[in-house]
Design a protein around this ligand. Sequence first.
Ligand code: HEM
Length: 420
Amino acid sequence: MATIPAQDLTRVDLSDLSLWEDGPPHELFSRMRDEHPVHWSPLGGFPWEAGFWSVTRYEDIAWVGRDWETFSSERGGILAVNQFMETPPPGAPEDPLALQRLMMISQDPPRHDRLKALVQRAFTPKRALDHTERMRDIINGAYDRALERNPDGHFDLVQDVGVYVPAMVIGDMLGVPREDAFKLVDWTNRTTAFEDPRVVKDIEDTWVALQEVFGYVHQIVEARKAHPQDDLTSALLQAEVDDEHLTDEQVIMFWFLLMVAGNDSTRATFTSGMRSLLEDPEQLALVRDGDVTREQAIEEFVRYHPAFAYMRRTAMKDTEIAGQPIAEGDKVLLWFVSGNRDASVFEDPHRFDVRRDPNAHQGFGGGGRHFCLGAGLARLEMQIWLEETLRRFPGLRLDGAGDRLASTFLNQNRSIPVAV
Ligand code: HEM
């Protein structure tokens, strides 16, 4: 954990990327939970945008997340920033928030609940089991390809394997041919890693990527209208909400949400969790020897490395959180990376410990209406991934420092070199 010099917490701006170079600034979050649990950041890099409140304690994250009537996902979306440039470039959507609000993650009930209900049955833990063998096949195929390209057995766990597995799993469900998985990976990176200039050179590229996804999905939508298949795209087209079909635009944005949420998250949590295991031979042995279950190990992966550092809500009225007055319209960020290290809930919270049980983390959200749709699928996918990784590579080891994605939203390693 990076050591942060004593400083006045009120001057800290959590959106400052330099604080995140070595991963989430856990030491700062610990101090905030103790001294300043609802903290103001001015969002200095975006002076045309208002700053935000940070909710850092587990209990506060849980109740704010549940109170959707006071803390809306729809009013301001889920990101701290909506306008990335003071003057949007040509081709940028006129109102990026309007586009975001076509997705249920940026909607409030009742609209949100109706849309979620359309797909919830496809994502129950029981339905996830239907995909077991397919997932095993995808994981092994990804490792085979990584080894074909790197016959010396040195490869990158994130770039050569990690990015493809979730893309193919969710791609299969949406009806995307597997050979197009690399396109999903590219679009996901260019639309969500917008804080990292090594991935997105400028924000215009994000808009170009959005146009590309929309064009691609549009083609799949047209093909499924003509010939429905047993996939989620066809199911969305056939679904009715209040006796009406979804518009093409709604189907496309639903598709985009599933692609992004299913992709970025699972690869981030799994690869970072594997890195923690490889860094700690005692923990690795516990999992290898079956002293803890795969299920239990994966819960610690999600607690220790939640894929999304935060989700935003916006206050619908003047209110308060832990005694801090919050004005109507204020941005409120729920920092899951912080809730998951709250010592009032987790003993020795900064220790990665696969034996942790119970492990009621907030990695899939604090438990409100927006609790992760894909939690059952992601859990199973990561359990199988862990099983296959340990089975195939008894000598797997870290092989270099790797580096992190520059982001305050995505808690991700960009590279984890390994050798088998
Ligand atoms: C390790 C893997 C994953 C993690 C850590 C994760 C985490 C999260 C978090 C934190 C939220 C927001 C919760 C909130 O605001 O209260 C969320 C929402 C969501 N996730 Fe996941 N997720 C993962 C995998 C997936 C997968 C595989 C899918 C597949 C489709 C998925 C689909 C979604 C969707 C659609 C939402 C929005 C739900 C809503 O608005 O009701 N996620 N996820």
